[in-house]
Design a protein around this ligand. Sequence first.
Ligand code: ADP
Ligand code: MG
Length: 459
Amino acid sequence: MLANNLSPDFSTTSLWAECLRKIEKKIGSASYETWFRTTDFNLSSDGAAHIQVPNQFFADFIEQHFTAIIEEILNEMAVEVTSISFVPTQKDWTIIQPLTEELTETQQRKIPKVVREKEQFHPNYQFESFVVGDSNRMAHAASLAVAEAPGKTSFNPLIIYGGTGLGKTHLLQALGHFAQTEGTAERVVYLTSEEFTNQYINYVVNKKDSTSFYKKFSDIDMLIIDDIQFFSGKPGTQKEFFRIFNRLLMDRKQIVLSSDRQPDKIPDMMEHIINRFMGGLITDIQPPNLETRMAIVRKKAEFDGLFLPAEVVQYIAGHITSNIRELEGTLIKLIASSSFTGRDITIEVAKEICGDVISSKDERLSIKFIQQKTAEAFAISVNQLSAHTRKKEIALPRSVAMYLCKKWTKQSLRTIGLEFGGRDYSTVIHSCKKIESQLSENDDLREKIEGIEEMLGDC
Ligand code: ADP
Ligand code: MG
């Protein structure tokens, strides 16, 4: 609903134009150009704001990084909205055919290519902007090899797995983008597993025809599907995916997939699909170490034409450790606020602006909260964690919880010990060491702990 002080002929177009002007001022022109230039806006009568963006990427990214800024600006302009949603205008990938008779051969070749690039690949997600470190070296090298010679390496399918915000989508997009622009593959299709599923359902329900869906994929050179964990528990989609997958492999076409966990750990996934995955290369991305995080912050700042003093780089990279998306979000916040206030980014400014992100996270992560999440993950009660028993099914979760408290809170070992049934601090040290040494050998345990850490990140 538009507030009363807006004249009735203040159309949504000019409203959005004004809003965009303010956004640009806030976030700087580089970010504005990348994320907002092609957006559009719609306000329905019930006050729901719909912001149209080119594709799902933009939707996810803008939602994550800029919702607060948009809300703030709409507020400033006295526009009341009940909700804000981001609507990708590009729902289905299509290879748009130009009116061939009217074009020269070069134009003909160029146009569909440009159209595809625009639809599928985000310009920021390229190999050049990907920082390589120990945590992602193998995944990066394999992606590059596949991009250079799709279908010709033994990395087929290539599957990259790893936690959220660690660069899987970035790599997959870079790979597809490279293959397309360098011409190593003619027809490249990138989509998320949800898009694949939706399109499949759409074909079955509306067109009552899954054959044409199958055909749609049968003559492409590279199929990239992001986040295949969402195929879990969808047998119909899996079956169709398997059919397309086999066909492409048989024709020596390249397949690239990503998953948020090891493929054989995806629940309710057909066994023969998993078996076929084993014929290619499955490689992981780990959380980046401090050095890599610093390199990423430097690179992103450079990209935005921003000079960051070394101590600011160290401060951000040192405090935001869980994933790169968060690192980037903090940096955007810093850039936005500093360009708004016109202040140079000194360590004091960085502490002031990012301090709340960093310390509120620290505060939220209390010993109690970690105990709760750990107990949940091991299906025992919080009280049992503190019980004086050496039973393995209690002792292991207790050690894990202590380890997580030491890693994620600022509490002293003494305090942690106290919170676990009044144990001595040396018991805490011993438990943490035990977990640390098991982490490298015991995959199940490591994954379990990563799962808990992910839940902690959501707090
Ligand atoms: P995932 O798909 O694994 O959840 P993304 O690929 O979306 O993660 O990465 C999250 C953000 O972090 C993206 O903006 C991406 O550009 C950035 N990013 C991730 N890894 C790197 C890297 N190694 N170098 C530069 N940027 C990275
Ligand atoms: Mg992703």
